[in-house]
Design a protein around this ligand. Structure first.
Ligand code: FAD
Length: 331
């Protein structure tokens, strides 16, 4: 079959490679000038274990657990372990208490409870655990797909009709840039890259809290994000609105938001001020699904006679999306 894939993020790249391997004639159209120009290239990229980050969504927990092994089988070489990976519950303003958090984790993941979080430099937390969660090395993943999809991607393509008669199927992997059906809102997001030690990650759950997460060990980079300060807005109803907001930001706006994040993190992990320096700012747009309960599941929907759209949740669901799409195009 002749298949067009829109978007060269994690979903577009993985699906293209899988469909080429299955014998299809695949054209990849990317509206920007490079692979992973959207969310996939500009995020913390943790390989979620489920419960630690999403204690309020059992559906997301199950999905993460199901997808973990198949993702690692295919892309394990693009991931790294983090020597000290701490998830801690804030003492104040948390949506969950530490006892409940541990109870939720207990059934699902292996973890070590920290006897004394202060030993790890943490303050104002009720308790913490250490986990074996891995992270995806974004630069390695970009290089991997650049190599295996070499010559197959058309960059800087105009944004045309999604449903086209010229292809048996078009698969829209634009992270819902082309249509807001099923999307609650588009969040224009900031992630800060910090230079410093890469042997430790600290994530404060569950509420408006920050997270310092190893990003690229070779470059000495960690990402800093925050449930409160990463989104510049939670009110954008279209991708265009979110893009216009990002385009209108001044360097001072971005820097101010980054400083809020750093201050928040310093409240829990004061060493951040001495050990890390801002290296870069990464902007992206997240399509948040309509579904409730903090859910982050992948969906594939038919959006025309010959058009399918992937609504991404987490990166680890790429193989699940492949399964669904192969089933849909075989019908
Ligand atoms: C702040 C933040 C933190 C996150 N943290 C994590 C995390 O730690 N772990 C995790 O698993 N997930 C995380 N996510 C979710 C993750 O980013 C997404 O699930 C995933 O990157 C989506 O990949 P994608 O390929 O669908 O979209 P994208 O990576 O956004 O790629 C879409 C591509 O489509 C292109 N495009 C747009 N319109 C068109 C068009 N009409 N024609 C052609 N090309 C087009 C864009 O230029 C872009 O390159 C996070 C998201 C955000 C925003």
């Amino acid at each position: 079959m002749k298949i067009r894939v829109l978007g060269a993020g994690w979903f577009g790249c993985h699906l293209s490679a899988a469909l080429i391997a299955a014998g299809h004639d695949v054209e990849i159209h990317e509206s920007s000038g490079r692979i992973f120009n959207g969310a996939s290239g500009n995020i913390p990229a943790r390989l979620h274990l489920g419960a630690p980050h999403y204690p309020r969504s059992s559906a997301t927990q199950r999905a993460c657990q199901e997808h973990q092994a198949e993702f690692l089988k295919e892309y394990g070489h693009l991931t790294r372990s983090i020597p000290v990976n701490i998830y801690a519950v804030a003492r104040d303003h948390s949506l969950i208490d530490f006892g409940t958090y541990q109870r939720i984790l207990r059934d699902q993941v292996e973890f070590i409870t920290l006897y004394d979080p202060a030993e790890f430099g943490l303050t104002f937390v009720e308790g913490g655990v250490m986990l074996g969660e891995r992270h995806i090395v974004v630069d390695a993943a970009r290089a991997h797909f650049a190599k295996i999809l070499d010559g197959k991607i058309r960059f800087n393509t105009p944004i045309g009709e999604v449903d086209s008669k010229n292809y048996h199927f078009t698969i829209d992997c634009s992270f819902c840039a082309n249509d807001s059906a099923g999307v609650d809102r588009y969040e224009p997001c900031l992630v800060v890259l910090l230079k410093g030690p890469t042997d430790k990650s600290v994530t404060i759950v569950d509420g408006p809290f920050p997270s310092l997460y190893v990003w690229n060990e070779d470059l000495g980079l960690s990402s800093l994000s925050s449930a409160k300060w990463t989104p510049f807005s939670k009110d954008c109803k279209t991708w265009g609105e979110a893009k216009a907001l990002l385009d209108g930001l001044s360097a001072a706006d971005v820097e101010r938001q980054a400083q809020f994040m750093i201050s928040d993190m310093a409240g829990f992990y004061p060493a951040i001020r001495d050990l890390y320096q801002v290296e870069d700012y990464r902007l992206s747009i997240r399509a948040m699904p309509l579904s409730g309960a903090d859910s982050r599941l992948v969906e594939v929907v038919k959006v025309g006679e010959r058009a399918l759209r992937v609504r991404a949740g987490k990166i680890d669901a790429v193989v699940q999306a492949e399964r669904i799409i192969k089933g849909m195009i075989a019908q």
